[in-house]
Design a binder for this molecule. Structure first.
Ligand SMILES: *Cc1c(COP(=O)(O)O)cnc(C)c1O
Length: 459
């Protein structure tokens, strides 16, 4: 082990970026617009305003500004938990006996336990600026709801969180944290919305899905005064905010004079990977040398590796606009025995387009037990108990490092450690007791989901 390499590299507070990076400004491909499902016409800021905060709607449609100023209030909130450390995984390297160098950017050092706070605080800020009083959202595993609870509390906004029912049951303490910050948490599907009532009437035992929870949160936002809906992943605006991860990571690596050969992120809706790879993707898009990019997803919810690149609704209730993305179909409901988050049916349109165009090099699906095996090795060697979502990236990083051991190559690997696993102890317990099972949908299962993708004339 080299002794002259620091274990942790921190930027100073002053070096926290002052602008986010908008990768879409550098993508030459035509950006498939989001469409009004009724008319098939592209949506404008005015069309989005009933649902989204105005400034966020502008960011959503912004394809021209490469950099967007981070408001001072947001930047000063960032100082509570940023810059986040860039860590050289020396202990993991030793455990693997690999010549590869492994670095990770750790985003779990805040109460919400994940990178989601980076976007939550920005979204709450713009809502407050606009004079709104309330926000609604959905949460799956709970990290987003927690992050947004903290952000709304900071700016004095009311918050209703629709939480996927199965997650609510698996993670009761998440609810306690959100309520501590003043949020109202409602298990979804619920009887508080039309769409929820309809889902319950059709499938009374429905354990919920992110898509359904989104429909409920959107319905409440558009039918309540001074209220808008916010989303913690998938959207272009979220990838803009999450670019802070990659900008900081690259600045720290530049200090060390290190250039990664491989950049790896887990992919649920695509926001952490989009953020981590952003400044490196800028290099690729400019035709300069860039790392090999890998997106890692669960084999149980394989939107990139087995999904279709098509216009689809962002939610199960089919109330949202249509976005062109890799999707399993808005009606796809992942198996309830899947513990590790990353359950969304679609993928960020930005990541989808970059993957389709060959700039994002590879999508890889991994099974749950292999993910927890990687999580265990990581916890034992590096100390940090990773979120199961993050462990998808760890799995791929370990596999790449083991490939280096085979070939003798000394590659530099960077991955995103998006969060800690303190609220996922039920899943760790299952893994430790040997009761965790792997579930991979059959082609027939996927066909049922694909059948719910709408036909869009001319798209
Ligand atoms: C939400 C979440 C993810 C997945 O979301 P992305 O938008 O794909 O980044 C990954 N890790 C953690 C810890 C999360 O909370």
């Amino acid at each position: 082990m080299e002794t002259n390499v620091p274990y942790k590299t921190y930027l100073t507070e002053d070096e926290i970026p002052k602008q986010w990076y908008n990768v879409r400004a550098d993508m030459e491909t035509a950006h498939a617009p989001i469409l009004n499902p009724g008319t098939g016409e592209p949506m404008s800021v005015a069309d989005l305003e009933p649902v989204f905060c105005t400034e966020l709607a502008k960011q959503e449609l912004n394809t021209t500004d490469r950099f967007i100023d981070i408001p001072d209030e947001v930047r000063s909130f960032y100082k509570m938990y940023r810059p986040s450390p860039l860590i050289r995984a020396t202990y993991l390297e030793k455990a693997l006996d690999t010549p590869a160098h492994i670095y990770y950017k750790y985003e779990g050092n805040n109460t919400s336990g994940s990178h989601k706070l980076n976007s939550a605080i920005a979204q709450a800020y713009y809502a407050k600026q606009q004079g709104l009083t309330s926000l609604t959202t959905e949460t799956g595993a709970g990290q987003w709801g927690t992050a947004l609870s903290m952000a709304c509390c900071y700016f004095g906004l009311d918050l209703k969180v629709y939480m996927v029912k199965v997650s609510c049951e698996q993670k009761p303490y998440r609810k306690a944290v959100m309520e501590t910050y003043g949020a109202q948490v409602i298990p979804s599907p619920s009887d508080t919305t039309q769409v929820g009532k309809k889902m319950l009437a059709e499938f009374p035992d429905n354990t919920g899905s992110l898509g359904t929870a989104i429909s409920e949160a959107v319905e409440v936002a558009v039918t309540s005064e001074n209220t808008r809906y916010v989303l913690g992943s998938v959207l272009n605006q979220v990838l803009i905010h999450q670019s802070i991860i990659g900008l900081e990571a690259k600045a720290a690596l530049d200090k060390l004079e290190v250039t990664p050969d491989i950049v790896i992120g887990c992919a649920g809706g695509g926001s952490n990977l989009g953020g981590l790879m952003a400044p490196f993707m800028a290099e690729r898009l400019a035709g300069r040398q860039a790392p090999y990019f890998i997106a890692v997803e669960p084999a149980s919810c394989p939107s990139m590796t087995r999904g279709r690149f098509a216009y689809d609704f962002c939610d199960t209730g089919q109330v949202t606009p249509l976005a062109k993305m890799y999707t399993l179909g808005n009606g796809f409901i992942p198996s309830a025995n899947h513990a590790g988050g990353l359950r969304y049916h679609g993928m960020s349109p930005i990541l989808s387009q970059l993957y389709h165009d060959g700039f994002l090099d590879e999508a890889r699906a991994v099974e749950q037990s292999a993910v927890f095996e990687a999580a265990e090795l990581f916890a034992k060697s590096e100390g940090t108990l990773p979120a199961p979502e993050s462990a998808h990236a760890i799995r791929a990083a370990i596999d790449e490092a083991l490939a280096c051991k085979e070939s003798g190559e000394k590659k530099t690997i960077l991955f995103g450690l998006t969060g800690n696993g303190y609220f996922d102890l039920g899943a760790y317990q299952q893994y430790n007791e040997g009761t965790m099972t792997d579930y991979v949908p059959t082609d027939e299962d996927l066909e049922r989901g694909f059948a719910t993708i709408p036909t869009v004339p001319g798209a």
